[in-house]
Design a protein around this ligand. Structure first.
Ligand code: NOJ
Length: 563
């Protein structure tokens, strides 16, 4: 086991690799990635040098929302394997010195969950319905929704069940929101946390962690505007980021602390940076995703602010922050950085439009996107805190923009019918290419046996990014990731310090900071966003995202200099 993972607080400065199980590796050849696929590729993950893997949901699910519609929290989807496969995967991970983080989805269950079925059968006012958020509709026979709240995927947030009751779903109609005021709900999730902890899970990623506590009772529902953010000055939002949510996580902390070492959790909470710290406090989850890097463009001012916010939130929480460039919900950063850079508020729309038109509206400069992705990685890895990588970024994959509409799986695409068309998030969820030779029709994604087609179509250009090609190329993104992760572990993580000082003497087109190294030296990380070359500080360039010449760092590049 690596030194970092031997410590109880290993997660504070870890490199965590997100596995999207259905698209990682398919061991049984049915076109869908599986748990055995993760076990079979553990050597790859170990060679990459990650401290932990986080698996997106692998539970029984109708797969309406990529598995974030869970039908049974304490089991494995039979299409992905069995509980024994999970145990074998954990054993292989631990044997390789890698920790395992599983995804908990507490805001909603699938409507296929036994609780929801029971709620439908039991009828209005029943204890079974109280586990969810059922309310009477308006109108004489309850034929109108309780109010105009919307689902975040588009369309109405309430669904009628035919007897005058409606249930709330902040996401897809097949994802019914749970009532966290119900003690049975609270107890059941603690059981789930213990279930996976007992099976060897080292930590948890908490889905939509900021939505669990809701207040639907303090005023009549139809007094809320359709967008509750626009409502009632001075009042908390009834649905998101409510203060009571923290009581839940304090209870969970007691469960985490039943284990040795205590389990940790990272919350997915899309809240303003000033609120992140509470979720991350050591009395609660321990960590929260800081998405500010992922939201920022390739612009020095946006990224500097993102870093400052992350560091401030870490300081306030008494924990560490996290850094994320990509995940299964956002377009891949090698593409984002290769599209025109406009301020982040408008960039999201630009990328959405680009996807909607199959990637044909703006020119995607892939060489530029790749160059910046390399520079971004070195900057990210030099920061104090944990780094969450998303599968495929180590291969330099771009967003697949031209998946035909008929092949899309994301409910966001299906919900387009309710308003603005949107292609959704499948472009970053395409199964990984393992071999350039496309003999199996899936770039080696599927193991032997039948070779059913990959569940999302892979583009021909995946061949150039296949693992076997990149392993053989010292200049590939994969080789670069391996080198960078190894150096980070040896020089920075081993120092176990979270100190960072900004380096002086650069203009605002440069982000430069210094960190203490394990061997007592100092590492300077310098990123150049400007058009002109920038002189590097004196010292040894131990790694650079692009060649440095005569001590000069070119544009869109990062260097690590040790002295
Ligand atoms: C956040 C997950 O990351 C996303 O993929 C999912 O659609 C929503 N939560 C709803 O569970």
């Amino acid at each position: 086991m690596t030194k970092n993972n031997a410590a109880a607080d290993w997660w504070k400065q870890a490199v965590v690799y997100q596995v999207y199980p259905r698209s990682f590796y398919d061991a049984n050849g049915d076109g869908l990635g599986d748990i055995r696929g993760v076990t079979e590729r553990m050597d790859y993950l170990a060679a990459l040098g990650v401290d932990a893997i986080w698996l997106s949901p692998f539970y029984p699910s109708p797969l309406v929302d990529g598995g974030y519609d869970v039908a049974d929290y304490r089991n494995v989807d039979p299409r992905l394997g069995t509980l024994e496969d999970f145990d074998a995967m954990v054993a292989a991970a631990h044997g390789a010195g890698i920790k395992v983080v599983v995804d908990i989805v507490p805001n909603h269950t699938s409507t296929e969950h036994e609780w929801f079925r029971a709620a439908l059968a039991a009828g209005p006012g029943s204890p079974e319905r109280d586990r969810y958020i059922f309310r009477r509709g308006r109108g004489e026979a309850g034929e109108l929704p309780p109010n105009g709240w919307k689902s975040t995927f588009g369309g109405p947030g309430w669904e009628p069940v035919g007897d005058g009751d409606w249930y709330l779903h902040l996401f897809a109609v097949e994802q019914a929101d749970l009532n966290w005021k119900n003690p049975e709900v609270r107890e059941d999730f603690k059981r789930t946390l213990r279930f996976w902890s007992d099976r060897g899970a080292d930590g948890f990623r908490i889905d939509v962690a900021h939505a669990l506590a809701k207040d639907l009772d303090s005023r009549p529902l139809d007094e809320w505007p359709d967008d509750p953010d626009q409502g009632h000055p001075g009042e908390e939002n009834p649905l998101w980021d409510r203060p009571e949510v923290h009581e839940i996580y304090r209870e969970w902390r007691e469960v985490f602390n039943e284990y040795e070492p205590p389990r940790f959790a990272v919350g997915e909470a899309w809240v303003v940076p000033e609120h992140q710290w509470r979720y991350a406090s050591v009395d609660e989850l321990g960590q929260v995703f800081n998405f500010e890097l992922a939201k920022a463009n390739w612009m020095a001012d946006e990224l500097r602010l993102a870093i400052e916010d992350g560091l401030a939130s870490a300081e306030r929480s008494g924990s560490t922050t996290t850094w994320v460039l990509s995940n299964h919900d956002v377009p891949r950063h090698a593409t984002r950085y290769g599209l025109p850079q406009v301020k982040s508020e408008t960039h999201h729309q630009l990328v959405t439009d680009w996807l909607l038109r199959d990637g044909r509206t703006y020119r995607e400069d892939r060489a530029l996107g790749t160059r910046r992705a390399r520079a971004a990685l070195l900057m990210e890895l030099a920061l104090p805190g944990s780094v969450y990588l998303y599968q495929g970024e180590e291969l330099g994959l771009f967003e697949v923009a031209d998946i035909p509409w008929g092949a899309l799986e994301d409910p966001e695409a299906a919900m387009s019918a309710h308003g603005d068309a949107i292609k959704g998030r499948d472009g970053c969820r395409v199964p990984l290419p393992w071999e350039a030779l496309d003999e199996t029709g899936a770039f080696g994604f599927s193991g032997p046996a039948d070779h059913a087609p990959a569940h999302l179509p892979q583009p021909a250009w995946f061949a150039g990014h296949a693992v076997d090609v990149e392993e053989a190329d010292d200049d590939s993104m994969l080789s670069f990731y391996r080198r960078a992760l190894a150096l980070r572990a040896e020089m920075l993580t081993a120092a176990r310090s979270t100190e960072l000082s900004w380096a002086d003497g650069y203009d605002d087109q440069v982000i430069a900071f210094e960190r203490p190294c394990a061997d007592g030296r100092t590492l300077a990380c310098v990123t150049n966003f400007g058009q002109e070359g920038v002189p590097l500080p004196a010292g040894e360039v131990v790694l650079a995202s692009a060649p440095t010449e005569d001590g000069t760092l070119a544009t869109d590049a990062t260097a690590w200099v040790v002295r």
